[in-house]
Design a protein around this ligand. Sequence first.
Ligand SMILES: [Mn+2]
Length: 361
Amino acid sequence: MKWAFRWYGSEGDSIPLQYLKQIPGLNGIVGTLLNKLPGDVWSVEEIRKLKTDVESCGLELVGIESVAIHDAIKAGTKERNRYIDNYIQTIRNLAKCDIRLVCYSFKPIFGWAKTELFYKNDDKSYSLVFDQAVVENMPASEMFQLISSQSKGFRLPGWEEERLKKFNDLMRLYDDITEEDLFNNLKYFLEKVIPVCEEVDVRLGIHPDDPPWEIFGLPRITKNLNDLKRIIEIVDSPYNGITFCTGALGANPDNNLVQMIYELGHRINFVHFRNVGYMGHQKFKETAHETSCGSLDMYQLMKALVDCGFDGVIRPDHGRSIWGESAMPGYGLYDRALGSVYAQGLYEAILKERQESKESM
Ligand SMILES: [Mn+2]
């Protein structure tokens, strides 16, 4: 496994890279260029600069999260070919810099949604919470206000001011788009992009919906096993893969994550490892990573990943705010560092147990 950590760049992240290098066992960074808008080409020079920053601290840039997809591609407008060409150019440029993994998502407007960014837990740590009942009675446009009013000044990817200004236009763009349309637009995109990914050896991993059900009447096509199976069948190539986010998919108790890993395992290109705690119907919080802290059995999930032979990039996902840290909600250092070390512990124990039982046979 490549034990990685998400990092938003020297200008966008409050955590110095050197601190990440100090997390035991950590060797990879999943990075991004925060100044890039969906549809922009990432130049070789810009990617090299990021890579050099990461390598100067003794870490490896093991992937990009995310290269965002322009709405013209998702909505299938007539400008989409131009943006697909740009996407392909970015993939070629990443390959020139020896970067082999790209995470993306195909979600209209809301990449991720939470209704509370600093929910106070009993132990006085803070978690992100999503409650469907809050959004049910709210026009979609008010989500921006709800999120930005709680952001404590941190820039939240996907909730940028520029997007808010264009919000009504964006909503109109998806007015008549059904799930089937969205799926067909993804198909159009993958059929053009995956052959290039194969040629230059860059794997894609599509990130699931968070939360994994419909919100604001917008189509969602990455919610469950059936959706993801359908997507990997569009182009039957290991380069057309999945980012298996246990927290996003696990927010719906109907998603049997262990079964999903067994069925999708050969096409999982990237893992986000985190736990969620159910608080009621379509209401959950992001807990610490440990099994005992949330509703998911993290040991069983790690075991299923090992069973499937997964040895790619894995990172802890959103953590709580603890120990008085001031950081982007979900992206503090401390709780995610604990999550990484916990995941590595599970992995070591599972491997050694198997080795011992083999030797004793
Ligand atoms: Mn995730």
